[in-house]
Design a protein around this ligand. Sequence first.
Ligand SMILES: C[S@@+](CC[C@H](N)C(=O)[O-])C[C@H]1O[C@@H](n2cnc3c(N)ncnc32)[C@H](O)[C@@H]1O
Length: 303
Amino acid sequence: MVNTSFHEHEAAVYDEIHQAMWKSLPEHFSIISDRILATGSVPDSLSLLDIGCGTGLGTELLLHTEIGKRVREIHLLDTSSTMMDHAAVRSRNWPARTFTYLGGMAALPEDSKFDLVLASSVLHHIPNLVCFFEHVAGVQRPGSFFIHLQDPNGDYLDDPELRHRTALGAKNTQPQLPRFILRFSPGRILRRVLRELTGRQHETYIDLTNKDLLATEVITSPLTAEEIWSVTDVHLYDGLGISLGVMKKELTKYELIHTHSYAFFGHLSSDLPPPLLLEERRLLRNNAPNGMDLAAVWRRCNC
Ligand SMILES: C[S@@+](CC[C@H](N)C(=O)[O-])C[C@H]1O[C@@H](n2cnc3c(N)ncnc32)[C@H](O)[C@@H]1O
């Protein structure tokens, strides 16, 4: 309920407050596309399921890649109807037939199968990932690909180098989204930054979320922005993030075919000043594992 209500209200400002994702994620989709094509086992015509499609950012960026050119059918899934409405409007410009499903994985038609499953900036919202991964495996045939990105890089969130770079990033950039400063900021700094950054959004989507939750008696007094995020961004606030090590044990029906990390200074590349951007690019080229964010591609195996 908190998750759905929050995203319902965030939908109105989502694209605006996530401009860095629009500007910075194309290169990561492009890397992912190249790696999938390099497997040499990709059909010319693909069906795509975008889980937690939001306003359609992930599908839109994927469609601009080489692998995206092979997508003939798009299936959008989201628990928020307002997010879905935005994605549906965006889909009018997509060169593939698009279907929409409101809800979680259970909202998909029985026996659905998809060649590509995409979860962009979604895994940290899913409380029970084991169950979620089982659902994902259930909608893919052997040889299909599961792509996820924009996940908090759980295996490295305590990495001293990442902490050092993130402190440097914070000094040299305009503060952006709360997720990048969560683990590194004492509460008092976090609250000041949130006030400066999200003043307007704070008055709108956080307050609107509270109104919904109060009206439906889910809560009896308003929650702070932080309290709401602790529910919606469950795998950020638990301090664990999304761990590739853990996923290797949980995604038993998949083999990992690609992984890369990014946001080495705690910010996406579009927010970095030139010297840090150069270093971000160098670390990305060297496939350094310890950025703030994680991207990966898995292939469903014959098991
Ligand atoms: C941070 S947004 C990401 C949107 C989009 N994928 C992107 O990359 O911009 C997370 C989205 O996941 C949706 N969501 C959260 N939990 C979900 C679930 N269990 N099943 C489907 N969608 C979910 C939210 O409503 C929201 O639209």
